[in-house]
Ligand binder design. Structure first.
Ligand code: SF4
Length: 370
């Protein structure tokens, strides 16, 4: 890598950037190049706050392509925040199935209820009020304020952080340079009342379409002349990558509990555990510490191991490997099945299972003969 200055004088030089010229280039590029997304308003217009909020929550850790059908389904089922607030939480969780990070869905529903009951269905414009709502952090609050209310706000997602790191040639991995990047972002956005929503989206869109993680398309970039990484030929080296930590593997057991009608037993996962509130298949804790199905405690060694049956799934911070067992039950006292459900294995999609359990069922159906 070429020598990169990261001294006071380099940082001072950033403040000489022609912010008006930069913003004007970005807005004009965005006007011509923005993708048409269901939740997005046309250039120069404010987005619907409900749509903006819903899309931002869905887009956390999730790609635009994945979110589009979910967003459209939610809007068709629940056209307003009042409709979403009145929906049973089980229905919201079921429609969220497959998007992952399920705490988002529970908070989404709670937040809709607060907006509906306490704010008459209108999202507040104030930053502190927005941040006090369930599931809304500083990023989402800034996005709602800028994009739905045209308030000056610094909106910084992963795409914007990468663009900023290159524009201002920040010589550290992104997670170690948040404060510095925020300073750069403020320089471009703070107190700017000229189209804050379009400008925020132009930065995100540049990161998504042009200033991509690998091989940025600098030849197509509207702000090439402002970019320090490009000027120094460092666009492929910035942002610097963090040292990768090995992701741990957790192990556990999964129990396909069958009755004599060939149905499987499903359980509602406890709220405070991962995938909380979703339907799942009983099993051990994911550190193999104890063998539990809510309401039923099996003795170690109970159940028949299915040879070579492993369900593998990767979460953001660990790999999970579940060994599969089959248990046939003929009679069981009814009271042991609170929060549990016998369900025909061919109709499991109706339950809105998270991806881990969808995988497990597919594997069970293709491997195990009844
Ligand atoms: Fe990104 Fe290249 Fe544009 Fe710089 S010139 S902002 S590296 S696309």
């Amino acid at each position: 890598m070429n020598a990169i200055m990261n001294t006071e004088s380099q940082i001072d030089k950033r403040y000489t950037l022609d912010v008006d010229g930069f913003r004007s280039q970005m807005l004009s590029w965005y006007c011509d190049n923005a993708r048409k997304l269901t939740w997005r308003a046309s250039f120069g217009l404010c987005a619907n706050p409900y749509h903006e909020w819903l899309s931002e929550i869905m887009l956390q850790q999730t790609t635009v392509k994945t979110v589009i059908p979910y967003f459209e389904k939610f809007i068709s089922l629940w056209p307003s925040v009042h409709d979403l607030a009145e929906a049973p939480v089980e229905d919201v969780m079921r429609e969220w199935a497959g998007l992952g990070y399920y705490a988002r869905a529970r908070n989404l529903h709670k937040c809709a209820q607060v907006i509906s009951r306490e704010y008459g269905g209108h999202f507040p414009e104030d930053e502190n009020e927005l941040i006090s709502l369930p599931g809304i952090g500083p990023y989402t609050a800034a996005a709602i304020r800028a994009i739905a209310f045209q308030q000056p706000a610094t909106v910084m997602d992963g795409n914007v952080e990468r663009v900023l790191a290159r524009l201002f040639i920040v010589e550290k991995p992104i997670r170690e340079s948040k404060k510095e990047l925020k300073k750069c972002a403020d320089l471009l956005s703070e107190n700017r009342t000229d189209q804050p929503g379009d400008f925020a989206q132009s930065m995100m869109e540049l990161g998504a379409l042009v200033c991509t993680p690998q091989s940025p398309k600098c030849d197509l970039c509207p702000v090439q002349d402002f970019c320090s990484a490009y000027t120094n030929g460092e666009q492929d080296n910035i942002p610097m990558l963090p040292v990768r930590k090995k992701i741990p593997v957790r192990e556990g057991k999964i129990y396909f509990i069958r009755n004599n009608k060939g149905e499987l037993l499903f359980e509602r996962r406890p709220e405070k555990r991962m995938l909380g509130g979703m339907w799942g298949i009983p099993g051990s804790d994911w550190d193999n510490s104890k063998v539990v199905a809510e309401g039923i405690v099996f003795k170690e060694g109970e159940g028949t191991y299915i040879p070579d049956f492993y369900v593998r799934h990767t979460f953001s911070h660990f790999h999970l490997e579940l060994k599969g067992y089959v248990i046939d039950i003929k009679t069981y006292p009814k009271s042991d099945f609170v929060g549990m459900l016998w369900y025909n294995v061919t109709e499991y999609m109706d339950l809105g299972l998270p991806t881990l359990y969808q995988k497990a069922i597919r594997q069970y159906v293709s491997t195990v003969k009844s």
